[in-house]
Design a protein around this ligand. Structure first.
Ligand SMILES: [Zn+2]
Length: 348
């Protein structure tokens, strides 16, 4: 899922996302709540209508962002008090409040409000955090069940869309806690499950180990979503383990810093070796940027600070990521998920 923090995948118009084949994009609750505000989004008919995006959309709970505001937030059983990074104003997110905001914005998939356990954390502290996330998951589900008809696009005639609340597994870097968290989140019961609190500074091997431990417990017939990962070779590896959904800011953020993901590895487009390089950014890529522009031109745009640099780099990186996932789906359809792990599709 490309990340569209503020109701926009930075620099890329919605019609281009459609051409690239993006089936679902992600919006960030914390950012949209602060600006333009969820009540404005509700009054505009919800996020789909507001940003003119008919395809699927997911919002996170805001938890990850508010926990990242270290020094600006206080956590207790009720929820999280935090100060806006924009103007310092005081706000409170509780599980109920996060769900209320996400219902108002009306994405197809919304996420439970969880505590993203800090890293590193000891076993006892991680267990306490996991227990609170489980209590919060119950509160989120209760609030959602009582208020789910309040989506801005609700129709009494029968919904054209239906909003789904996913639960989130925590448990830090401990396989026993990951399995217990997964087991007890499944007992509460959700139509899909996310694995949160990873890619927070641990080794790649540890990430993989935690995902594998959690997948042992999560039902195979429900979507399984790893939040906030990863590099192209990681997403193929996790898909081979049985992960269905992932989101990452990497293809878009890296693009704005001039980093391109290609079948020949990562290219730093500002490198002087591209000054007169007439080749496409990625000879194996079929995107409209690679079909039309040279590395030399992209380098010139980037060095000159032209806004088009970020736009074109982002379009290519998204094409590369979405092609990678298309190749993953192709391998699965052929009944050969092992082909994913071997890396045979990662360069598609
Ligand atoms: Zn391309």
């Amino acid at each position: 899922m490309p990340v569209g923090t503020l109701g926009s995948v930075k620099g890329v118009p919605q019609d281009t996302l459609e051409e690239l084949g993006a089936q679902i994009i992600l919006g960030n609750t914390y950012h949209l709540y602060l600006r333009p505000g969820h009540e404005l989004v509700r009054s505009m008919g919800g996020l789909h209508k507001f940003m003119s995006w008919e395809r699927a959309m997911l919002t996170d709970s805001g938890g990850f962002q508010v926990f990242s505001l270290s020094g600006l937030r206080k956590i207790n059983e009720n929820g999280v008090n935090f100060r806006s990074h924009l103007d310092g104003s005081s706000h409170l997110f509780t599980p109920e409040r996060s769900i209320e905001i996400q219902i108002a914005m009306g994405a197809d998939i919304i996420m439970a409000f969880d505590e993203c356990t800090e890293h590193p954390a000891g076993h006892g502290r991680t267990r306490d955090s996991m227990e609170m996330t489980l209590r919060w998951a119950r509160r989120c589900k209760d609030h959602f069940e009582a208020h789910k008809q309040e989506v801005p696009w609700y129709s009494a005639k029968g919904p054209e869309r239906q909003q789904a609340l996913f639960g989130i597994v925590q448990g830090g870097m401990y396989a026993d806690l990951r399995r217990e968290s997964a087991q007890r989140t499944v007992e509460i019961g959700f139509p899909g499950y996310a694995i949160g609190g990873l890619s927070v500074g641990e080794s790649r091997e540890k990430t993989r180990e935690m995902i594998a431990a959690t997948l042992e417990v999560l039902p195979e017939d429900k979507p399984r979503y790893v939040m906030g990962v990863g590099y192209p070779e990681e997403i193929t590896q996790y898909a081979a383990l049985g992960v269905d959904m992932m989101d990452c800011v990497l293809p878009t953020r890296a693009a704005r810093h001039g980093l391109l993901f290609t079948s020949e590895g990562r290219l730093n487009i500002k490198n002087t070796r591209f000054v007169q390089d007439q080749g496409p950014p990625d000879p194996a890529c079929k995107c409209k940027v690679c079909a039309r522009y040279s590395r030399a031109y992209l380098r010139h745009l980037f060095v000159a600070g032209e806004p088009l640099a970020g736009v074109l780099n982002t379009i290519h990186n998204l094409a590369y990521y979405l092609d990678t996932m298309r190749a993953v789906r192709h391998a699965i359809n052929l009944g050969d998920p092992s082909g994913i792990q071997s890396g045979s599709v990662s360069m598609a």
